[in-house]
Design a protein around this ligand. Sequence first.
Ligand code: GAR
Length: 203
Amino acid sequence: MIRLAVLVSGRGSNLEAILKEAAAGGLNAQPVLVLSDNPQAPALRLARAYRVPVLGVSPREVGGREPFFRLVEEKLVEARVDLVALAGFMRILPAWLVERFRWRILNIHPSLLPAFPGLDAPRQALEYGVRVSGCTVHFVDEGVDTGPIVLQAAVPVLPDDTPETLAARIRQEEHRIYPEAIRLFAEGRLVIDGRRVIIREAE
Ligand code: GAR
């Protein structure tokens, strides 16, 4: 069983999918910490309901971005975390933290990367006029949404879509592939080979 931390900023629907699957015993991972940069995040209420230890603290209360991420590091180390899952965590990690947890941080992004990195990906996809979009689980490196890709899922873009309806359709797939990617990591089946992630067969 690996020890999992989830970093969130908002609603927490991916967090919920992860906690549900972990509680059902399907992840091979024990959620040991949910951490948010927003003490008011609904995701924290959800984590408490699942009896997972939480910490909600805004960078402002601790003196800015750098002290905030030092605190994050301290808490992750203290909780002896094996894997960090960013689930709607809307901040870019400092390079030193990425290095400290090299290939032990996953992120979910609501587009088929490398298309539409950064903020408002469903809106970017609609404005570009693509027919298909989706979501990507990837390892975090020093870039913005640039790390090696673990899993992707595609969804159609429909004529009447708004950014909200497209994002909701994409989220359904996120809730399926994020727990799956965490399970593959927990089972030791992900091997990084340059930009590619090889998924080993189950033993
Ligand atoms: C998700 O759609 C996730 O892909 C996106 O934020 C949403 C969080 O929803 N993440 C990003 O855009 C990261 N750049 P949730 O709080 O309900 O899981």
